[in-house]
Write a protein that binds this ligand. Structure first.
Ligand code: PMP
Length: 404
């Protein structure tokens, strides 16, 4: 008779998985499910439908049986479109004859690109520099690969400046993560911050990773330093604002389609940067995600022709509703983009953000306490990607809570 042993999950599960808590955001979502008709200001995704041209292109691809694997690096049509877009937007030269050849690949979401980067670059003992507050997966990118996240506080103005980063760079630093417009603050890095940070990374031989998932979601007043004649109203990118010397080995740009076009579930993003790095990331994709979802890629091909200005303007008005409702009861760094505000719990309340979160729950309101995105618990994030009615209801509750 053979012996059977109950599976010991403590033995089975790797430290890597066991040591990570489920995302704090997921916990808020679960709490939300237990509330009856909550006012939900916790959701980090757009509340508008995917534009028809994009939907139809994806549906056509399914109907026309274009459902198989694609090339790992993406369907050639989309890869070319992305390179053309970046050549125009950043001035990058994707030709093989360029002094430092660049490449772009389609990834399974922006998170997918971040994972490929971590897989391709990090090993035990390495370090990455992560802004605090951060998008929730940034510190884990390091931890999951045995590397160390070095946290760079950006309080109180939420700017990842060269002065703040410089003392944290060591021999082990592999890359610095910049996110603009940012999650959870909505803060847009100004051009000088981008240029200085890139110069610093360049001088120390460190890669600058620019997570630009909200780049198209920059408000008309989001730029602190637009060109005087208003000719360049694009969101500053380190790769664009580096004095023209951009085809270097120093920047990896990561962008996505999910937030801009409301298709977060399609898992679509892209990464672009120096060819030797892109080749390693593509190889990692081959052995993990294989390729980004095929129908989504055909849909995304139409995205570059869709004008989202009206949607972004509507979100700017929602941002103004937040500032109007709460600006005189607490401190808020004015969001220049994305759809988040990171709001300080007034000191006179003598409360942490988690404690304010509990009070908000009692009023049927969901937001996200800052300790989900930060080593501090002094602020909380609301998402204004919701109907004006819902937002107004939520802001009334928050105003009452914070008046004290
Ligand atoms: N980066 C940032 C800053 C984000 O806020 C998000 C999504 N919340 C991502 C990356 C991941 O996006 P995706 O859905 O494309 O993986």
């Amino acid at each position: 008779m053979t012996h059977t042993h109950a599976l010991n999950f403590d033995r089975l599960v790797a430290h890597r998985a066991a040591s990570v808590n489920a995302s704090g955001i997921r916990r808020v979502f679960e709490l939300g499910r237990s509330l009856k008709d909550p006012i939900n200001l916790s959701i980090g995704q757009p509340d508008f439908p995917v534009p028809d041209a994009i939907k139809n292109a994806a549906i056509d691809a399914i109907r026309e049986d274009r459902n198989g694997y694609t090339l790992t690096q993406g369907i050639p049509e989309l890869q070319t479109r992305i390179k053309d877009h970046l050549a125009h937007d950043l001035g990058w030269d994707f030709s093989d004859s360029a002094a430092n050849p660049m490449d772009a690949i389609v990834t399974s979401g922006t998170s997918g690109a971040l994972f490929l980067l971590a897989m391709a670059t990090l090993q035990a003992g390495d370090e990455i520099i992560v802004p605090d507050p951060y998008f929730v997966i940034y510190p884990h990118l390091a931890g999951l690969f045995g590397a160390k996240p070095v946290i760079c506080s950006t309080y109180p103005d939420f700017r990842l400046t060269a002065e703040r980063v410089e003392p944290l760079i060591t021999e082990r630093t592999k890359f610095v993560l910049l996110n603009s417009p940012s999650n959870p603050c909505g803060v847009v890095a100004d051009k000088k911050t981008c240029t200085d940070l890139l110069e610093l990374c360049r001088s120390r031989g460190v890669l600058l990773v620019s997570d630009e998932i909200y780049d198209e979601f920059t408000f008309s007043d989001g730029l602190t330093d637009p060109t005087p004649d208003g000719t360049d109203m694009r969101c500053p990118s380190p790769s664009r604002n580096s004095g023209g010397n951009t085809n270097g080995q120093d920047t990896l740009v990561i962008r996505g389609f999910g937030k801009t076009y409301g298709c977060t579930g399609w898992r679509l993003g892209y990464a672009a940067g120096p060819k030797p790095l892109m080749m390693q990331m593509a190889k990692m994709q081959q052995y993990s995600f294989v390729c980004a979802p095929s129908m989504g890629q055909w849909g995304a091909l139409k995205a570059f022709d869709v004008d989202m200005h009206d949607t972004v303007s509507a979100y700017q008005k929602k941002r103004d509703m937040v500032l109007d409702a709460l600006g005189d009861v607490t401190e808020i760094s004015k969001p220049g983009g994305a759809f988040y505000a990171f709001i300080k719990v007034p000191e006179r309340l003598g409360m942490t953000a988690s404690q304010l979160f509990e009070k908000a729950i009692e009023k049927n309101l969901l937001m996200i306490p800052g300790n989900v995105f930060s080593t501090c618990d002094t602020h909380f994030r609301i998402s204004f990607a919701t109907s004006n009615e819902n937002l107004a209801r939520g802001l009334d509750v928050l105003r009452d809570l914070m008046k004290g």
